[in-house]
Design a protein around this ligand. Structure first.
Ligand SMILES: *Cc1c(COP(=O)(O)O)cnc(C)c1O
Length: 216
């Protein structure tokens, strides 16, 4: 477990040295399964971007944290069940796991109903792993177009989780290419183990859990 400041400055120095690096880089502190005191400690240091992977777990603590830290921003980084779309839209600020047609339709309906439109990232299954969620690379272009043009979803970026054991670079490169084709500004890629590569390849957002909070 390293300190917030240490991680922020390591991210920034990597960003400044990298040829393809994005002009800005956001650290999303992944607080899933972490004790409340550790989350509060990070909030107290001024950090405001957090990631949770389960709607129910986030529901249990973030509404009260958000009343105390109204400018905290919560990213959903885990799979979203269609029947929890309404709950997720009420609690989160960014949906990073738009990964299938039915969910896209449910989110579009709920955004229209509630008037609360959240930035969405399309999750791409860059490694084409059967057990992993995400749109297959071969279907990404059609899916992104459908979400933007037909459903009018505010798609602002892409997210991926490279296969364990693969070198992450080709996966990040693929994500970047798809984002560029569609003019999507946000690239959420890189975690505790592979953030250096992600920063070098143009990530705009790094999702870090264990390196910041310690093991889960
Ligand atoms: C848990 C998780 C992370 C953080 O992983 P660490 O290895 O703890 O940094 C990042 N992204 C997603 C989608 C996750 O589920």
């Amino acid at each position: 477990m390293e300190g917030l400041k240490k991680i922020q400055s390591a991210l920034e120095s990597h960003r400044q040295q990298a040829f393809l690096a994005a002009p800005r880089l956001r650290l999303v502190a992944v607080s899933k399964q972490q004790p409340l005191q550790k989350i509060e400690a990070i909030l107290a240091q001024g950090h405001r971007y957090f990631g949770e992977n389960r709607v129910q777990e986030a529901e249990a603590r973030w509404p009260s944290l958000k009343t105390r830290y109204p400018d905290a921003r919560l990213h959903l980084i885990g799979p979203l069940q269609t029947n929890k779309a309404k709950q997720a839209l009420a609690l989160f600020d960014v949906i990073e796991t738009l990964d299938r047609l039915r969910l896209a339709q449910a989110l579009a309906e709920e955004m229209a109903r509630s008037g609360r439109r959240l930035p969405c990232y399309v999750q791409i299954n860059t490694g084409e792993e059967p057990q992993k969620s995400g749109i297959l690379p071969s279907q990404a272009d059609a899916f992104i177009r459908y979400c933007k043009e037909t459903l009018h979803l505010p798609v602002e970026g892409l997210m991926c989780i490279p296969p364990v054991g693969d070198h992450p670079a080709p996966h990040f490169a693929l994500l970047r290419q798809v984002a560029q084709r569609h003019g999507l500004p946000e690239l959420s890629m890189g975690m505790s183990a592979d953030w250096r590569t992600a920063v070098r390849m143009g990530a705009t957002e790094i999702r870090i859990g264990r390196a910041l909070f310690g093991e889960r």
